[in-house]
Ligand binder design. Structure first.
Ligand code: HPA
Ligand SMILES: [Zn+2]
Length: 336
């Protein structure tokens, strides 16, 4: 089954580029930029990755991002992720970035996006992997700050497929950002939002009704509300589920209790993604494998998860056709 998962053509739809910062690269960049880290070694950094909730993780994640200073740093970070994704048969990836994490430290928006964009272009040319960029607003900051970030992003419209919402969920409902997302829709951007990770099913309703999202990031708390599940199924709303993240941040106490398979069987368009792979113990293959082993997913279900991701992605129709063709051929060839 691991070989099947490895070779399965995949799309990743929930990946924070800052969350791909491996401790080794963190040390390299700290050295390059003359920054002193709070940890003596790579092992000590890994040791510190024990979280009891989302906020625990976010505190360490924002601190780690401080080593990212130059355009080349953002390039190297993005390039390392794309190589890893390519090595796991990820054919298409939609990458979140958090500009406010960097602009708040005095790093220009242009430095961040130029580095990321150049790596995406090089990876397309050299490895054939396609990608989109999604700008995320930090929901623990104000709606006014989000609006200012949106305006800073306007000159880069052509490089940005959509906008999303991340960071501390509880106490920061989607309703706080109605105006920002309305503006983003007017600008022609696609809309996604983290909702129902730690926050209640109510935040998923708000993301759908008030922000107009096309996908929900996480959304696992949706099963608390059967009417919400009915709606997700009826409207074909995809959930970008991140199994290892949910265990690391204790959204579920163990993988055997994850609701991914239940939702899949209810007809929800579930996908599997890695979220912050450097912090949560694995990339796409590791997430698929952990969920498969704990929940007993069969090849049909794994194939359906990949199909869901290709269908829910923001690729061109021509590229989607290509991806679907490769996937269906793989599934036909590798059936039992
Ligand atoms: O899983 C997440 N949830 C909220 N914010 C985030 N920022 C990075 N990862 C996450
Ligand atoms: Zn996330």
């Amino acid at each position: 089954m691991e070989a099947f998962i490895h070779g399965l053509p995949k799309a990743e739809l929930h990946l924070h580029i800052e969350g791909t910062l491996e401790p080794e690269l963190m040390f390299d960049l700290a050295k390059r930029n003359g920054i002193k880290l709070a940890y003596p070694s790579v092992e000590a950094v890994r040791q510190a990755y024990q979280f009891s909730n989302l906020q625990d993780f976010l505190d360490i994640y924002y601190a780690g991002a401080a080593v990212l200073q130059t355009e080349q740093d953002f390039y190297d970070l993005t390039w390392a992720y794309l190589q890893k994704a390519h090595s796991q048969t990820v054919r298409h990836t939609e990458i979140f970035f958090d500009p406010q994490t960097h602009t708040a430290r005095g790093i220009p928006f242009s430095t961040v996006i130029n580095g990321i964009h150049r790596a995406l272009q090089d990876a397309h040319q050299q490895m054939g992997i396609t990608s989109q960029l999604i700008l995320c607003f930090l929901r623990h900051l104000s709606a006014e700050e989000a609006m200012r970030t949106l305006e800073e992003a306007l000159p880069y419209n052509a490089w940005i497929a959509g906008v999303g919402l991340d960071s501390s969920e509880k106490g920061h409902p989607p309703s706080k950002f109605v105006d920002v997302f309305q503006r983003a829709r007017q600008e022609g951007w696609r809309i996604v939002a983290h909702a129902g990770e730690e926050g209640p099913a109510q935040y998923v309703w708000e993301a759908l009704d008030l922000l107009g999202v096309q996908r929900i990031d996480h959304g696992v708390r949706s099963t608390d509300d059967p009417r919400l599940i009915d709606r997700l199924v009826r409207e074909g709303v995809a959930l970008t589920v991140c199994p290892l993240s949910n265990i690391k941040l204790r959204v579920f106490d163990r993988m055997e209790h994850h609701n991914l398979k239940t939702m899949l069987e209810q007809g929800v368009r579930v996908t599997i993604n890695s979220d912050d792979p450097a912090y949560f113990g694995g990339y796409m293959d590791e997430n698929f494998t952990a969920a498969q082993q704990a929940l007993g997913l069969n090849k049909d279900q794994l194939g359906q998860i990949s199909r869901n991701a290709f269908e829910a992605s923001f690729v061109s129709e021509a590229r989607r056709k290509e991806l679907m063709f490769e996937l269906e051929r793989y599934l036909a060839k590798n059936a039992d």
